[in-house]
Write a protein that binds this ligand. Sequence first.
Ligand SMILES: Cc1ncc(C[n+]2csc(CCOP(=O)(O)OP(=O)(O)O)c2C)c(N)n1
Ligand SMILES: [Mg+2]
Length: 271
Amino acid sequence: MRAFRETIERDPERAAVVAGLAVDTRLGLYAGLLRARLHDIQLKRWVRTGVISKAWLGTGEEATTVGPVHALERGRDVVAPMIRNAAACCELGLPVSDMLRAYLGSEDSPARGRDLHVGAWAQGVLQPISHVGDMVPVATGIALTFKIRREPRVALTWVGDGSTKTAAAHEGTNFAAVQKLPAIFIIQNNQVALGTRLDQHHLPGNFQDWAASYGIAGAAFDGNNVLDAYAATRVAAERCRTTSAKRATPSPRRCSSIGASGIRSGCMRNT
Ligand SMILES: Cc1ncc(C[n+]2csc(CCOP(=O)(O)OP(=O)(O)O)c2C)c(N)n1
Ligand SMILES: [Mg+2]
C-alpha cells in the first residue's frame, strides 16, 4: 500500500490530480479493474472447457487500460484499443455480455458473428484490427482531424513493446510528433511479444528515451497502479488540449504525449 501511494506522491502534478478524485471516481476505477478481470476469467474458462479455442487477455495489465480511459473525457475523446485493451470497450459503455458474445460469434453479437473485434464508434472506441502497430497511424489521423477542426479533443492508443518495432507505429508516431497532434501513445511494456522477450527486440532495456527520440513529451507510469495511470494520462491529455487551444498562435510545446507503462508483474497472454 505504501509503495502504491509513494508512486503517486513522487510527482506533485499527479499527486494533485489524485488528491482531487471523488470517491465515486475511485470506485469507478476499481469497478473497471474488476470488470476487466471478470471478462478475462470467463474467457479463460471457455478456453479451458473448449467452448472457444483462443482468447486475448489483459490479465495483470488492467490498470494500463482502465486508468487512461477513465482519465479521458467521455463523448469527446477517442481511443483505439489493441488486444490487451478490451477493457476500453467495457469502460466506455459496451456491456461485457456483448464482448463475450463477440467471442461466441453469435447472431446477437455486435458484428452479428462476422468479426470478434469489438468497438463502439458512437462511444469513442474505434474497432480494433489484428495488425499490431496499425492503430498508431489511425489514431494519428484522428488527432489530425481534431487539429484541423480546432477541437480540444484527444486520440489515444496503446502500443505493445513488440509493436513499437512495426513501421506503422514508427511512421504514425513520427507524423503525430512533427505535426504536433493531440495524440497519446501508451507503450504497454509487458516485456514480451509472443515468444520474444524485451531484451531480444529492444536494446535500451526500457522505453525511457523513446518519446525524446521523437522530440515529444513523454512520461512513465506504473502499469500496475491505476491511479498513476489515470493521473499520467490526465496530465498528458490536458497538455494536448491546452496546446490545441493555443493553436492559433504557434506554441513551441509539443502536444503529442507518451506515457510509457512499466508493468512489473507477470501477466497472462493468449491462453
Ligand atoms: C503486423 C503484425 N505482425 C505480426 C502479428 C502477430 N502478432 C500478434 S500479437 C504479436 C505480439 C505483439 O507483442 P506486443 O506488441 O509486445 O503486444 P503484447 O501481445 O505483448 O500485448 C504478434 C507479433 C500481428 N498481429 N500483426
Ligand atoms: Mg508485449
